[in-house]
Design a binder for this molecule. Structure first.
Ligand code: NAP
Length: 306
């Protein structure tokens, strides 16, 4: 069985950064990525808020640059999905579909996915009008009309962010009361650019090449309508990518891993970084910082314990 000083599970910006730091420190690592490296960033058309790229950069181009940095080093890449973590006192065993490896430390960077509505047209128009990230894509709809879907903190906060960019926002919520904080609710209700549509669900995204509208249904009356908009932002929560976590790994109520500010989890030698952590600000820049911090502390843990 292959054995590593540190196994990094997940190949998004936090996993790439953790790998880079540990490789530069001469630590023997394994790096697990079930698909292509990059995570959610690969789904992002353009990133306008990562330092060093004043004109913005396409998600896949940024990941190409990140991985080119890693290519200077020789290390094991495991193209598989972690299925189980077993604690064996001085090491962890991680099971994959066809193999098992051992590691003294783990850095979990498996990320999260924006929850999808699962209605017709959503996949077709994703990146062509349907978005899950206002900070990433809001600028593309400057001066245009958009819809936001959801009623939690994210939907309220992101609608307020978007209202500085777009001409009009229809905020569509399935109930008649928001789940998000009162502070945001008050601001949203006072914002002249935001029109709230309560008790309504989106049933289909429509368009030609790009999105042109959303079919809506009033859940109280059953009446249906078509809302013409240029963009639609879906903010109905996030799902952690973490079906393989051991029971001892403490998570929040939604399944995201709890860490302290050093990326230390409830299990010794297990660190978490990036979107899989329980935190508010999920950005490439914060993921990179998490990855560096986790690697630094994994190295310190190895020096102290082995
Ligand atoms: P959330 O709190 O889970 O809210 C999701 C919202 O989407 C809810 O209003 C929910 O409606 C709605 N929704 C869920 N599934 C839906 C569906 N299939 N169709 C239509 N609507 C649907 O998610 P979140 O807003 O992304 O927030 C996630 C966590 O991060 C929360 O703990 C939140 O407090 C936190 N957060 C905090 C801040 C901040 O404090 N600055 C900012 C962002 C996020 P119902 O209300 O009817 O269930």
């Amino acid at each position: 069985m292959k054995e590593y000083e540190s196994l990094i599970i997940g190949g998004g910006p936090s996993g790439i950064t953790a790998a880079l730091y540990l490789l530069r420190a001469g630590i023997k690592i394994g790096w697990v990525e079930k698909l292509a490296p990059g995570g959610q960033v690969l789904l992002t058309e353009a990133i306008d808020n990562y330092p060093g790229f004043p004109q913005g950069i396409k998600g896949y181009e940024l990941i190409d640059k990140f991985t080119a940095h890693l290519d200077q080093f020789e290390f094991d890449k495991i193209r598989d999905e972690a299925l189980e973590i077993k604690d064996r006192q001085d090491k962890y065993l991680v099971r994959f579909s066809e193999s098992e490896v051992a590691a003294r430390t783990l850095i979990i960077c498996t990320g999260a996915q924006w929850r999808k509505l699962g209605v017709p047209g959503e996949n077709k128009y994703s990146g062509r009008g349907v978005s899950y990230c206002a900070v990433c894509d809001g600028n593309f709809f400057r001066g245009q009309e958009v819809a936001c879907i959801g009623g939690g903190d994210t939907a309220l906060e992101e609608s307020l962010y978007l209202s500085k960019l777009v001409s009009k926002i229809y905020l569509i919520h399935r109930r008649d009361a928001f789940r998000g904080a009162r502070l945001y609710q008050d601001k949203v209700l006072k914002d002249p650019k935001i029109e709230v549509i309560y008790n309504t669900i989106a049933t289909e995204f429509v368009g030609d090449t790009d999105l042109t509208g959303i079919k809506l249904k009033d859940v109280k009356t059953g009446s249906q309508s078509l809302l013409n908009i240029n963009g639609a932002f879906v903010f109905i929560g996030l799902d952690p990518a973490g079906g393989f976590f051991p029971a001892d790994l403490e998570t929040d109520s939604q399944g995201f891993i709890k860490t302290d500010h050093e990326m230390v989890t409830s299990m010794p030698g297990v660190f978490a970084a990036g979107d899989i952590r329980s935190k508010y600000c999920r950005q490439v820049s914060t993921a990179v910082g998490d990855g560096a911090t986790a690697a630094y502390n994994a190295q310190a843990y190895l020096e102290k314990n082995f």
